[in-house]
Design a protein around this ligand. Structure first.
Ligand code: ATP
Ligand code: MG
Length: 458
């Protein structure tokens, strides 16, 4: 602290003060904020008589002072005399006669507030607060390393504190505004992050139907190419036989070609094409629906809620992945229980089932395996179980599989969004999704959905 109080009332004058002024480093710190409040008040001497001191208070230049400093000839402030004290004395019977000619030292406050010019406003305010009495009758003395420097007004310190408070409240306001703007930036970047997550999710969801649509179109193209060649070879034979086309010596070659083509173009396979095209149309419909979702930035919400038969949804999802499973020699065991229609967004439940079936198929590493899909009712809730005998999930990964972007698949193969989206969808339906897994043995997912709003709290 850069301030010192003079000796307490009654103590020999000067001791702490002398120390403070002459030797204490706190007082040699140069001019501080208080210097701006310094008034070069001409001090009284201890021997100045009371009447002369009172006269000095009447001078215009001292009109604003509550008290005058009393300073020894060596420059040490030794006290302070206040107007209040003089008035009290003059109001006493014979006060003027009794005290008028006596030295001011008999009436002065011997422990005035003495502050260093190096003090800050805050330090001065603290010292004033601990020193001040009511009513406020005194100002304070200012000293520097040489001793008395002048006086300061308590009122000036109060003004300085007030304007500093105003400045700080302005600073606070500015800091608050900055905080608010950085907060809104944070909210904005948070929004962008979740937007990114949503877009990544949509891309993932579009990728699944896109995969089987591409697969189906590819298969259709191969089958139709062979069929087209068969039809044109047959036409050429008809033309040759009726004499409208090439000469008859090519007939044998054409018949041989037809024989070969008939092996590859199986009429039953052509019938299958209709099923493939149905699935393709379904997939394109799904892509369209997802794009609509993207269009209005809607999350995977409850839009499209209706009564649906969960078993039909399971069958439709299985149809969609059937080609992939068949190609990889993965057997599907289907056990459907009796389940009444439930309230859900069928397109979204379909997404969940496709994600789980896709994961199950990917977990089966060798081109041989089994997926069990079963449904059943329990306490007004529908349960769908999807179980595979794939590679399983490491215990350390189990708590993370529903996190967005968590994947153990190589870059380019998995985005890690499938289960996070599925979890979100099931959650929005008031249901739960559970997993149990044993590495090297397989994984079982359970999707539990309430039949309707009443079932949600079952
Ligand atoms: N049936 C399962 N068998 C083994 N591991 C699984 C199975 N299902 C999920 N996982 C593990 O959970 C992780 C996260 O699955 P999720 O479906 O969220 O993402 P992904 O399949 O890796 O990628 P994406 O689905 O985006 O293509 C997978 O990488 C895998 O490690
Ligand atoms: Mg997945």
């Amino acid at each position: 602290m850069n301030l010192a109080l003079a000796a307490p009332a009654g103590a020999p004058i000067g001791d702490p003060l002398t120390r403070a002024i002459s030797g204490d480093a706190r007082f040699g710190a140069g001019r501080g904020e208080l210097a701006a409040l310094l008034l070069a008040t001409e001090p009284l001497r201890p021997e100045t008589c009371v009447l002369d001191a009172a006269q000095r208070f009447l001078e215009t230049r001292h009109a604003g002072l509550l008290s005058l400093p009393v300073v020894a000839p060596d420059g040490r402030p030794v006290g302070m005399i206040s107007r209040y004290e003089l008035m009290r004395m003059f109001l006493q019977p014979y006060g003027r006669e009794l005290y008028g000619r006596r030295p001011i030292a008999v009436l002065m406050d011997r422990a005035p507030l003495v502050l260093s010019l190096a003090s800050s406003i805050d330090e001065a305010a603290r010292a004033i607060a601990s020193h001040v009495r009511s009513p406020i009758t005194d100002d304070f003395v200012l000293v520097d390393e040489r001793g008395y420097a002048g006086t300061g007004l308590v009122l000036d310190v109060l003004h300085a504190v007030e304007s500093r408070l105003a400045e700080r409240s302005h600073e606070l306001e500015r800091a608050y505004a900055r905080l608010k703007s950085s907060q809104s930036q944070l909210v904005q970047s948070e929004k962008m992050a979740s937007l990114g997550q949503m877009v990544a999710g949509l891309v993932h969801e579009i990728n699944t139907p896109l995969g089987y649509v591409r697969n189906n179109v590819e298969m259709t193209r191969v089958a139709l190419g062979d069929a087209a060649r068969l039809v044109s070879a047959q036409q050429a034979v008809i033309d040759a036989v009726t004499g409208e086309g090439e000469p008859g010596d090519q007939l044998d070659a054409l018949i041989a070609e037809i024989g070969q083509l008939r092996v590859t173009v199986d009429p039953a396979a052509l019938d299958d094409l209709c099923g493939l095209l149905d699935d393709t149309v379904h997939g394109i419909g799904q892509i369209g629906e997802l794009v609509l979702n993207l269009k209005d930035f809607s999350r995977l919400d409850q839009a499209g809620m209706q009564k649906a038969d969960i078993n039909r949804l399971v069958e439709s999802a299985l149809r969609i992945v059937a080609h992939v499973l068949r190609k990889r020699d993965i057997e599907v065991v289907l056990k459907l229980g009796e389940i009444p229609p439930l309230d859900c967004a069928p397109a979204q439940i379909n997404q969940v089932l496709l994600n789980l079936l896709g994961n199950a198929a990917q977990a089966i590493e060798h081109n041989h395996g089994r997926i069990v899909v079963a449904t059943r009712m329990l306490d007004r809730r529908a349960i769908v179980m999807i179980e595979d005998n794939g590679k399983g999930i490491e215990a350390s990964n189990l708590p993370r599989i529903f996190d967005p972007f968590f994947t153990t698949k190589p870059i380019g193969q998995g985005s890690g969004m499938g289960l996070s989206i599925s979890h979100q969808i099931v959650d929005q339906h008031g249901g739960v999704i559970r997993v149990s897994s044993k590495p090297g043995v397989g994984t079982r997912f359970l999707v539990v959905l309430p039949l309707g709003p009443d079932g949600a709290d079952a």
